[in-house]
Design a protein around this ligand. Structure first.
Ligand SMILES: [Zn+2]
Length: 254
């Protein structure tokens, strides 16, 4: 069965480059990507971007610590629901929200997708539901504990049962981080999310300063590299240079 993939960048985050990549200098502005996946059996998002409150009150939404570390560029109309409506898709008719992980730039828009089932790794959900771990990992349950129906998975998971959309455990950045592998007509694509921020993260193994587990993160990068060697195209989570070459919806990813 055939799968169509659309990409949106829903705002930006600016912060210290070295925080995101060892050896980075100065500040860097990175895009916040969201993906729409259309499959004959359903419509899914992979990540949902920032919470709309970040448009007018980032400190109120994210707290003073995160707001001091990151400057948010996010205008009305850039939130996931508006981007979907702009291409004629009803946010109330999204079946699945697959979250790579629970950081604020990946789950903030879940609130705008009311009727979806949320599909996450059990390890991420458990970390998010434990107040100590959630605080340590920078998770805010207001982003994801919203009463959505839950589909918790352990490790690799075939989303539609036909091998076309597969959740890949790429733990390390957070306890239950996952990437998404898709079989498009043009070939295999892997949406790495924050298992791999930049192209150079993969090529040079320059890790972010903070991660839940650096060894696990390196093992996830090995896995992504093996997929790339076997022909998959890797979509880097926050690489501004890479994202300049990605067509935005309404164009689909060929
Ligand atoms: Zn991120």
């Amino acid at each position: 069965m055939s799968v169509t993939l659309y990409a949106f960048t829903c705002g930006t985050v600016t912060g210290e480059f070295a925080r995101l990549m060892e050896g980075g200098e100065g500040d860097i502005t990175v895009p916040v990507p969201v993906f729409l996946i259309e499959h004959p059996k359903g419509r899914a998002l992979f990540d949902t971007g920032l919470h709309p409150d970040c448009q007018h009150d980032p400190a109120g939404r994210l707290g003073s610590r995160l707001a001091a570390l990151f400057r948010i560029g996010f205008e009305p109309g850039e939130e996931v629901s508006a981007r979907l409506e702009a291409i004629g898709r009803d946010p109330a008719r999204i079946d699945l929200v697959i979250n790579s992980h629970f950081h604020f730039d990946h789950v903030g828009g879940n609130a705008l997708i009311p009727n979806a089932t949320m599909l996450v790794q059990r390890g991420e959900w458990d970390a998010g539901m434990d107040p100590d771990t959630a605080m340590k990992r920078g998770f805010d349950p207001r982003d994801f504990d919203l009463g959505h129906k839950l589909r918790l998975v352990d490790g690799e998971h075939d989303v539609f049962g036909d091998g076309s959309v597969i959740c890949l455990p790429t733990h390390g950045h957070t306890p239950g981080h996952q990437s998404l592998k898709l079989q498009l007509d043009s070939g295999e694509v892997v949406l790495a999310a924050d298992a791999c921020y930049f192209c150079r993260t993969l090529r040079e193994r320059r890790l972010p300063r903070y991660a839940h587990d650096h060894q696990a993160m390196l093992a996830s990068l090995d896995r992504l590299e093996a997929l790339e060697r076997s022909g998959a195209r890797i979509f880097f989570g926050h690489d501004p240079e890479f994202w300049r070459s990605v067509p935005q919806a309404p164009a689909s990813i060929a």
